[in-house]
Design a protein around this ligand. Structure first.
Ligand SMILES: [Zn+2]
Length: 118
């Protein structure tokens, strides 16, 4: 089960050679609110599979150019997604992308983005 503390560890870049960045304060706040809202309903996030990515690692995993992951403001959470979880995510995060394995969430500036890539 993902907690705020394990999130901070799993967030770090997976390349093994950069210094990584921690999650931004805004992302951490949003993540904390999201986990609390899920917990009330008994929904658990199993892990954060991707958080910060340095440009090298982002290329290695085929990430988008200008990915929010390179700014330390995005995370990929493995979680079962039902309608309530999805709406909660969209209330808290400005960027939400739905996948088979869960959700990409980010705290980008500008207008909200939602995509269903299942
Ligand atoms: Zn790296």
């Amino acid at each position: 089960m993902l907690t705020v503390e394990t999130f901070k560890k799993q967030f770090l870049c997976r390349c093994g050679r950069c210094q990584s960045l921690p999650p931004s304060e805004k992302l951490l706040k949003a993540l904390t609110a999201f986990l609390s809202a899920l917990k009330v309903r008994g929904v658990e996030v199993s892990k954060c599979s991707s958080g910060y990515r340095c440009p090298f690692h982002n290329d290695a995993v085929g990430g988008a150019k200008g990915s929010m992951h390179m700014k330390g403001i995005a995370c990929d959470l493995h979680v079962p997604v039902d309608e309530v979880t999805l709406q909660t995510a969209r209330c808290i995060f400005r960027g939400v992308v739905l996948y088979d394995w869960g959700l990409h969430l980010d705290v980008r500036d500008g207008k909200p983005v939602f995509e269903d890539r299942r």
